[in-house]
Design a protein around this ligand. Structure first.
Ligand SMILES: Cc1ncc(COP(=O)(O)O)c(C=O)c1O
Length: 353
């Protein structure tokens, strides 16, 4: 801290992302990345873009990418906003739709970036307790003063909230925006994008980092009524006209267009998740019902922190939060079948020495 800092810089309590390591032979199951690479068509598209156009600024309106996302989800490009990762889309959304003095609501166990944004923009918030089974207590989200935000499936619990429940939350917040952060929805039943056609106060935010395996490219997007998208564009254009570069745009379009690859890898991750869940259960773990590319687990006789630390010594990284309510839980990203077999072998050795 220094006297030269603004009050905003002083107030900031930055988000701490999961650890990124430089080792090569590590099994990395701590930040919900995709174990399969992106579609091979992504690299081809990026290479072609490097050759041709890198001296030129990218399109500030990002129309081509907005059109391909629009086509994929059956919405117009006016309903699509693109940002540098969904974290940036979330940051712009807090600015565009939430107001100081009007309390917003999000679950008490949720994505830990939300309080960071709220704090920096001076937005009051209430962390609404989840129910005993870690599901969202829907009625507690009715009649918010300033808006609602939650991930679906929730992170880190992995639990999915059915669309009828989201619809109820939107209906009971007619004067504010309900943001559904769908970072993991491709591993779940259905997206709330269909609801954005019926409710002009629902904004859905998605990312290419998980199901499309492009965490390193940084592309996220929002889908909603065009007046919501217009507000996001106003925010973006007040900070940086070009938050997504030419390579990211070319790669993201290729990823969206390769539907077969996306479907195959997503299906595989879901199959591995189901198998891993059964195996962890047979070892005595309680596994929350997951609709994501990770599982959130606890064991009655095994200390979560010890498990995390011991796996780390064996070069297997999982995520331990150690925060209130979830001190005895760890989050494990679904890797390849082979990675999960190595993980399960290590867990067996640790819990039954
Ligand atoms: C719930 C949730 N939302 C948003 C993000 C941000 O994803 P990205 O910025 O990579 O698009 C994450 C990343 O882990 C997440 O877990």
């Amino acid at each position: 801290m220094s006297k030269y800092w603004s009050s905003m810089a002083k107030r900031a309590k930055p988000y701490i992302p999961g650890e990124q390591v430089n080792k090569t032979n590590i099994i990395k199951l701590n930040t919900n990345e995709n174990p399969y690479g992106p579609s091979p068509k992504v690299a081809e598209a990026i290479k072609a873009e490097i050759g041709n156009n890198l001296r030129l600024y990218p399109s500030p309106t990002m129309d081509t990418l907005r059109e391909s996302i629009g086509q994929y989800y059956d919405v117009q490009k006016e309903n699509v906003f693109i940002g540098n990762g969904s974290d940036e889309v979330l940051a712009f959304s807090f600015m565009a739709f939430f107001e100081p003095g009007k309390k917003i609501l999000f679950p008490n166990i949720s994505y830990s970036f939300y309080p960071v944004y709220a704090n920096i923009y001076h937005i009051d918030y209430e962390e609404v307790p989840l129910l005993g089974d870690f599901t969202i207590d829907v009625e507690k989200f009715f009649d918010s003063e300033g808006g609602v935000i939650f991930p679906n499936p929730n992170a880190p619990t992995s639990i999915y909230l059915p669309l009828e429940q989201i619809e109820k939350i939107a209906q009971h917040n007619p004067n504010s925006v309900v943001i559904v952060d769908e970072a993991y929805v491709d591993f779940a039943e259905a997206s709330a994008i269909s609801l954005t056609k019926k409710y002009n106060n629902i904004l859905v935010i998605q990312t290419m980092s998980k199901s499309r395996s492009l965490a390193g490219l940084r592309v996220g997007f929002a889908i909603g009524h065009e007046t919501l998208i217009e507000a996001l564009i106003r925010m973006k254009d007040s900070f940086n006209s070009y938050p997504v570069d030419r390579l990211a745009m070319a790669g993201a379009i290729a990823a969206i267009e390769d539907e077969a690859y996306f479907e195959e890898t997503t299906k595989q991750i879901i199959a591995t998740r189901e198998k891993t869940t059964e195996e962890l259960q047979s070892l005595g773990f309680h596994v929350l019902p997951s609709s994501a590319n990770f599982v959130f687990v606890t064991h009655p006789n095994v200390d979560a922190k010890m498990l995390y630390e011991t796996l780390r010594e064996e070069d297997i990284l999982i995520r331990y939060f150690g925060t209130t309510f979830i001190q005895q839980y760890v989050r494990i990203t679904i890797g390849t079948d082979e990675e999960m077999a190595t993980l399960l072998g290590a867990i067996k050795r640790i819990i039954r020495p």
